[in-house]
Design a binder for this molecule. Structure first.
Ligand code: NAD
Length: 490
């Protein structure tokens, strides 16, 4: 059992009531963490504000902040095997995905932001009169509250702290109550990190209430960046609205996949089986609404079923495992409640449909209307709804008939059709003939109820900056006095 602690002002603090996290596979305890109450939250925010005002973190060269990030990347890279094993136990993501996708991806993101901070620039308008220099510059937005979920417990923290650090902000990170030990392992790498003043990066544990609520309502917070479910995102937006605190929200999704008869069929069926089921569909861009052109529907469904049936299930620490139990009993109960609505709503299970403890088998549902609960609400489990589409227009209509707008994919060998659909799909992230390509350089984020703002890329970095316009007049006279005395001729 790992004894967790908060990191505040460079000190590890383990005071107060505690909660435990459990291994997804066998339910054994993994971490025991303290709950940050409002007083502890205040302590963390005060530490971040002191570091903002009193340290040289915000004012130093981006290259110097970048050097800190590069060292952090090296430290993370050196412990990939250990952190992967811990996170796989706690969260349940198969070890190969955890190690080769999440952890290596996280290292790359730190390195990206280390360099990206040096690309920040401002503008000077060329439209001014000769005596005026009118410029727009950026500065760090201030103290950030960074709230993360459990499904990528390291990578989702890195996206936020990498960008916030590169921009020169200070921060308080709140871990998820399901994965405190995995996320804390990342912050342990900050101990004695050369060049990082105490208080720049603080980390606290605790549930949404009281910890998250105290953090988002704290008057010392200038910006909230949240990743998690849409209902929580809405709650955060409501609280933030009271003080007009800036927010970025990375919320839930219900990714449509538009599959046409002219696609590369084997690749499409492989990709969507992976896209739907790996790590139990616990991804915000999991391929959960598959819309197949009528002519290909039967072959596609048979191909998806046969692939899903062959996916190895078991202990996520085994190198061969692709399917493992859901993160927690709470998540399993949530998924089961969704499955209980399928037959009530006229749906039919083509595969799966019943959980065994925390393990949910790959589940494929047909015959649901696009607005049935399971068809249009994020389940966050390995549950796919398949639809028949008469033609391209019908496929598009089903795809867009959701309140989410995060990611989706289009499967066709007709590039004109792919681009035509990409323009009309109401989603922030569109893949053509693939699913799940993510790069540090390109922004990621949702439309509609999937969120506000972007992560990654330069757009993700700019979320942590405030614009400031500065105008300088080199003329001897004040322009309005001159204007009144010599009004411009009509
Ligand atoms: P969640 O909304 O339950 O919790 C997310 C985080 O918010 C946790 O740290 C939680 O403690 C905190 N929280 C809960 N209530 C809060 C409150 N009132 N005030 C402040 N903080 C509060 O989500 P989850 O179950 O942890 O994660 C799964 C969700 O995350 C899914 O909906 C998934 O789609 C979403 N997600 C989105 C992205 C993205 O980039 N868009 C990425 C990963 C996961």
């Amino acid at each position: 059992m790992i004894e967790c602690a908060h990191l505040i002002d460079g000190e590890w603090i383990a005071e107060g009531e505690r909660f435990e996290s459990f291994a997804s596979y066998d339910g054994s305890p993994v971490g025991r963490a303290p709950i940050a109450d409002p007083a502890m939250v205040d302590r963390a925010v005060q530490a971040a504000r002191r570091a903002l005002v009193e340290s040289d973190w915000t004012t130093r060269r981006a290259a110097d902040r970048g050097a800190v990030l590069l060292e952090l990347a090296n430290r993370l890279e050196a412990v990939i095997p250990e952190i992967s094993e811990l996170s796989t136990r706690e969260m349940g993501k198969p070890i190969r995905l955890m190690r080769d996708r999440e952890m290596k991806g996280a290292v790359d993101k730190f390195r990206y932001f280390a360099g990206a901070g040096r690309l920040l620039d401002g503008t000077v308008t060329g439209a001014s009169p000769a005596n005026v220099l009118d410029m727009t510059v950026t500065q760090p937005i201030g103290v950030c509250a960074l709230i993360i979920p459990w499904n990528d417990p390291v990578d989702l923290a890195v996206r936020k702290i990498g960008a916030a650090m590169a921009a020169g902000c200070t921060m308080v990170v709140k871990t998820s109550e399901e994965t405190p030990a995995s996320t804390e392992a990342l912050f342990r790498l900050l101990d004695d990190l050369p060049g990082l003043p105490n208080g720049v990066v603080n980390m606290i544990h605790g549930p949404g209430d009281p910890t998250g609520e105290a953090l988002i309502a704290h008057p010392g917070i200038d910006k909230i960046s949240f990743t998690g479910s849409t209902p929580t995102g809405k709650r955060i937006a409501e609280v933030a609205a009271r003080r007009l605190t800036r927010v970025s929200l990375e919320c839930g999704g219900k990714a449509p996949c538009l599959v046409f008869d002219d696609c590369y069929k084997e690749k499409c069926m492989d990709a969507l089986a992976y896209g739907a089921f790996i790590y139990g569909g616990q991804s915000c861009t999991a391929a959960t609404r598959i819309i197949v052109e009528d002519r290909f529907y039967d072959e596609f469904v048979a191909g998806l079923i046969s692939r899903a049936e062959k996916m190895p299930a078991g202990d996520p620490l085994d190198e061969g495992t692709l399917l493992a139990p859901l993160v927690s009993d709470r998540q399993a109960a949530r998924v089961q409640a969704f499955l209980d609505t399928v037959e009530r709503d006229g749906g039919r299970f083509l595969l799966g449909g019943t959980l065994d403890g925390r393990y949910c088998p790959p589940t494929i549902v047909a015959d649901l209307a696009p607005d049935a609960e399971v068809a249009c609400t994020e389940v966050f489990g390995p549950v796919v709804t398949v639809f028949r589409a008469r033609d391209e227009e019908h496929a598009l209509e089903i795809a867009n008939s959701t309140r989410y707008g995060l990611g989706g994919s289009v499967w066709t060998s007709d590039i004109t059709r792919a681009l035509r659909l990409s323009k009309r799909l109401e989603f922030g992230d569109i893949w053509i003939n693939t699913h799940y390509i993510r790069q540090s350089e390109t922004p990621f984020g949702g439309w509609k109820e999937s969120g506000i703002g972007r992560e990654l890329g330069l757009a993700g970095l700019r979320e942590y900056l405030s614009n400031k316009r500065i105008a300088i007049d080199t003329a001897d006279d004040f322009h309005l006095r001159t204007w009144f005395e010599n009004p411009p001729k009509a």
